[in-house]
Structure formats: C-alpha cells, structure tokens
Design a protein around this ligand. Structure first.
Ligand code: PRP
Length: 207
C-alpha cells in the first residue's frame, strides 16, 4: 500500500489543535476542515486531467479540467467533518456514504448504512475518515468499494495507527493512504495513542 504522510507546517499546526484536549467542538471542526483541505489537496496530486483550451481576455491558452471526478465517500459519522473540504476542492464530484460504528467491546465494525453507486469500475474513490485505528472500519469500507469494482481507492485520514496500517496493507494492498501522522500505537481500548481522542464525539458531542 502506498502511504503518504503530509509533512507541512500548516498541517502540523492544525493537527496540534485537534490533539489538544482543551480544544472545543467548534474549533475542532474548523481545524479538521482546514487540515482536510491540505490532506485532500495532497491526495489529489496525481489526479488525471483533461487538457483543452481556455480563452483568457487576451488570448487562447492551454486549460485543464478533472478527467474523472472521484467519488467522495465520508465514513459516518466522523468522516463527515472532512467532506466539505473534499467537495470544495472537487465541486464536480458526487458523494456516497458508508455508516459503520466500531463496537467498543469487540472493536469490530458494525455497518449500518451503505449508499454507493452500483458500479465503481470507472470511478476513482476518495474515502474520508479521520481515524485508522484497528483498520476494521476502513477494511469494511474498502471491501464494499472493491465489491463494486473500484480499482483506484485513496483513503484520507488524519491519524493512522501502525496496527491499522498493517491491517489495510493486507486487506487492500492496492489502495493509497494519505495521512497527517502515523502515531505510536493502540492502547488497551484500541484508541490511537497519543491520538486525539474520539473524532466523532469531539465534533458532534458524545451521543
Ligand atoms: C471511529 C473512527 C473510525 C473508526 C476507527 O468511528 O471515526 O471510523 O472508529 O476504528 P477502527 O480502525 O478500529 O475501525 P466510530 O466507530 O467511533 O464512529 P463515529 O464516527 O460515529 O464516531
């Protein structure tokens, strides 16, 4: 699996805000949006373009459009906080949704929603989830995508644990992953350490 860690001063400052336990919900959502802009920007670095002509006020010149807009797939709930950033950068893209909650005693993914096109054979996919912990949730999502024929899957996450990376490497060796940081480990509750806590609860309040 191709793993790219986005090493940029502005990404480091937003990640620090996310990690800080004193950051409130609104500031957390703002920092997640801003960091997601940077991560998605990096994730799209090799995006294929269609070349054409654009007429400036002075002369015709070469112009570009996105050849095949990727499908944006936020993983509910926490991935919702990354979706506006992706849609801002990819206004032509459609959005699919996968709902999956991690059972906090078994750490296994519990799927509750799949809203995806029937075939993804010709569509690149951008999956958004702030946290890659055990990797169970994202392995489930990638399985759904591959079942629909997706061949070009890029996962964008804020933090990844080594355990989750190893799981995805096995489950989806052909996927790409872009992250702001690979953290140290999982703790006994399968939380990423040092991490940032629960990205869903910190955006939306604990339910
Ligand atoms: C969190 C997180 C990931 C998943 C990571 O979601 O947003 O989706 O857990 O854990 P894993 O890699 O061990 O599967 P959670 O299940 O807490 O749901 P939420 O997004 O609704 O908060």
């Amino acid at each position: 699996m191709d793993v790219r860690v986005v090493d940029h001063p502005l990404a480091a400052t937003r990640l620090t805000v996310l990690r800080d336990r004193d950051t409130g919900d609104a500031a957390f959502r703002a920092a997640l949006h801003e960091l997601s802009l940077m991560l998605v920007y990096e994730a799209l670095r090799d995006l294929p373009l269609r070349t054409g002509t654009v007429q400036t006020p002075l002369a015709p010149t070469v112009g570009h459009t996105v050849a095949t807009p990727p499908l944006i797939v936020p993983v509910l709930r926490a991935g919702l906080g990354m979706a506006d950033a992706a849609r801002l950068l990819l206004p032509e893209s459609a959005t699919g949704y996968v709902g999956v909650a991690r059972d906090e005693s078994t750490y296994r993914p519990v799927p509750y929603l799949t809203s995806l096109p029937g075939s993804l054979a010709a569509t690149p996919v951008l999956v958004l989830d702030p946290m890659l912990a055990t990797g169970g949730s994202l392995a489930h999502v990638i399985g759904l995508l591959e079942g629909r024929g997706a061949a070009a899957v890029t996962v964008v996450c804020v933090l990844a644990a080594p355990e989750g990376l190893a799981r995805l490497e096995q489950a989806a060796p052909g996927a790409r992953l872009v992250t702001a940081c690979v953290d140290e480990r999982l703790d006994e509750r399968a939380f990423i350490v040092p991490g940032l806590g629960d990205a869903g609860d910190r955006q939306f309040g604990a339910l």
